[in-house]
Design a protein around this ligand. Structure first.
Ligand SMILES: O[C@H]1[C@H](O)[C@@H](O)[C@H](O)[C@@H](O)[C@H]1O
Length: 608
């Protein structure tokens, strides 16, 4: 077990186990060999595919709906089957990761992505499309839990945060490119969806070929007893310099860890029985849960609706506006990559969450003001379908009823001649009868609004949306993945990441599938106030429970969780940076301030 300072217990007679790399001790800035960047790039292609395949479907759905005649159930199935399959395979990926290693898992994921892309591109029917979407989902799940672990295990500690966060950059980059591809191909008259969906096979094949030549994680090799190979790989990724100290340090930690967490019980039970790993798992899963509860995917999947509400009415433009939203998410993730090893994980996450909560409140306020000033309904035409739509007096309840839409005229300053009529349920961009039933675009100042009401508070909603992405992306969008790749000891890393990624995907499905229903019951402002409330809960959780892992060697992070849960947020990383072990009773050496750990077995000195 580690001590309170975040350092594992040294063995008898062990001294100065944690040594800075030679160039650091010589006072130079540590250098990251370019080979590590190559590894990070090829593995982060897994993140790109994760982003591409979750992002591409919204744009592909527009032509798909028409060409395959999809009803609502099939549309929902094609969107959520991928996320559902990712939840299942990320949980199963933990076992594969421990058994076959990171490299083989990445190869499997890229192979699955390639096959999935081919199935989607050639699909002759909606059933085959579903098989393709499930297939890519299986790939996403494995990639989402393996890639951050692999990058963390090959990175030097001083740059680990930045390199792992590149994977998140690739996720949002994948979402952004997907929306651009959707936009570009939407001009094709036929089969545009085939190109949109199949293109993911290109980076998948590239990753597969790359990983045939790239090495396995040295930490996994060591754990599997392939010591010589582990030493060679470590030397390669440290630019050929001597790695004996680091190698020995990793090896001793693995032996210690295995002794402490020993037993033949399944890993998940050992994680739950062992205090530090149990606490790390709670923190890791909590972070992933709060990432999704902050509502990112309601914004990503429904940004077109939200922007429509903000006054942008042209349906065809929606696809490009989604690109603007995901572009914003991507640009601000870049800021996260820059900040993570400067600010540290804790400050970045806390700052991001505060801003996310405030922006959600602003978004909600925008919706509230829009609702309070929603235009009233002036025309009540006789409804041949006898629907509930004709009962409403203002646009607000009409918009919240999924069966109805708002048909109105606008002369630039005011809304007039407004009615609430049933929406065409197969193509909600039109009314099912009446003056708004045969045109999807404005003509003679006549408009059809499904899911939104015309408002003069659109700027507030737009501002809220932009601020939301600007705050969410650099911290909450990236840190849950980064922190999870670091906080588990090697024996628990695969399973820990599998569980936390599973939690991420499960809450992703939950939040995105329930959003429209939640909005129907609570209204849009109610839904966004609810997400803001959940963010406040998340803030307390992170404030109390998330320790700083910046700059620490992976093997030393477990002991950050040795105290009671939610006492670990209190320590600062700099307290732990320059620490050496000395033997108990040994008193020689420079001036020091010393202390004993809770077990009384380790003394430390902090070099200033
Ligand atoms: O970190 C990512 C990223 O923020 C994406 O934009 C989002 O769609 C994912 O759900 C999330 O896990």
């Amino acid at each position: 077990m580690g001590n309170l300072l975040g350092i594992r217990r040294p063995k008898d007679g062990e001294q100065n186990l944690i040594q800075p790399p030679p160039e650091e001790s010589a006072g130079q800035a540590p250098v990251t060999p370019s080979f590590v960047y190559v590894l990070a790039f090829f593995s982060a292609l897994g993140g790109f595919l994760f982003g591409y395949d979750t992002g591409v479907v919204s744009g592909a759905m527009l032509p798909l709906k028409k060409e395959m005649n999809l009803n609502k159930l099939w549309q929902e199935l094609l969107v959520s089957s991928t996320v559902g399959a990712a939840a299942v395979s990320s949980l199963g990926g933990g076992f594969l990761n421990g058994w076959l290693g990171r490299r083989i898992c990445i190869l499997i994921a890229s192979f699955i992505f390639s096959i999935g892309g081919i199935i989607l591109g050639l699909a002759p029917s909606k059933e085959v499309l579903l098989v393709g979407r499930v297939t890519v989902g299986l790939g996403i799940g494995i990639a989402s839990m393996t890639v951050p672990v692999y990058i963390a295990e090959v990175s030097p500690p001083h740059q680990r945060g930045q390199l792992v966060t590149i994977n998140s950059l690739f996720i949002t980059g994948g979402q952004f490119i997907a929306s651009l591809i959707d936009g570009a191909f939407s001009y094709l008259a036929h089969d545009s969806w085939r190109y949109m969906l199949a293109l993911s096979a290109v980076p998948a094949v590239l990753q597969f070929i790359g990983f045939i030549f790239l090495p396995e994680s040295p930490r996994w090799l060591l754990q599997s007893g392939r010591t010589q190979e582990a030493h060679d790989v470590l030397r390669r990724i440290r630019g050929g310099r001597s790695v004996d100290v680091e190698y020995e340090s990793i090896k001793t930690s693995i032996e210690d860890e295995e002794r402490e967490a020993g037993g033949d019980a399944p890993v998940i039970l050992r994680i739950l029985r062992h205090g530090p790993t149990r606490r790390a798992l709670i923190v890791g899963c909590g972070l992933q849960m709060f990432q999704q509860l902050s509502g990112i995917n309601t914004v990503m999947y429904y940004s077109a609706t939200i922007l429509q509400m903000a006054g942008i009415r042209d349906d065809k433009r929606a696809i490009w506006l989604t690109a603007a939203t995901s572009g914003c998410n991507f640009v601000f993730t870049l800021l996260g990559v820059w900040l993570v090893d400067r600010l540290g994980r804790r400050k970045l996450t806390l700052g991001s969450l505060c801003g996310t909560g405030l922006s959600l409140a602003l978004l909600a306020l925008g919706f509230l003001l829009s609702a309070q000033n929603a235009p009233s309904i002036s025309l009540h035409p006789l409804d041949p379908q006898n629907s509930t739509c004709s009962l409403y007096e203002t646009c607000q309840p009409c918009m919240l009823d999924p069966l109805c839409g708002f048909c109105y005229r606008d002369n630039g300053t005011a809304v007039y001649d407004s009615s609430c009529v049933p929406a065409n349920q197969t193509y909600t961009s039109l009314a099912s009868w009446g003056r708004c039933s045969n045109q999807s675009e404005a003509a003679d100042g006549l408009f059809w609004a499904y899911n939104y009401c015309p408002t003069s508070y659109s700027w507030l909603v737009l501002l809220g949306l932009l601020l939301y992405l600007a705050f969410f992306a650099p911290g909450m969008g990236t840190m849950p993945w980064t922190v999870n790749s670091e906080i588990y000891p090697l024996w628990a890393r695969s399973t820990g990441n599998a569980c936390s990624s599973g939690v991420n995907w499960i809450f992703n499905v939950l939040v995105s599938l329930t959003f429209l229903h939640v909005a129907e019951f609570l209204t849009y402002q109610g839904a966004f106030f609810m997400y803001a409330g959940l963010v406040v809960l998340g803030l307390f959780f992170i404030l109390g429970c998330l320790p700083e892992t910046q700059g620490l060697q992976l093997e030393d992070i477990e002991s950050l969780f040795s105290g009671p849960l939610c006492s670990c947020g209190a320590s600062s990383p700099n307290d732990r940076r320059n620490v050496q072990y000395i033997r108990r009773g040994s008193d020689s050496g420079p001036e020091r301030s010393g202390a004993l750990d809770s077990g009384g077995s380790v003394a430390y000195i902090t070099l200033k």
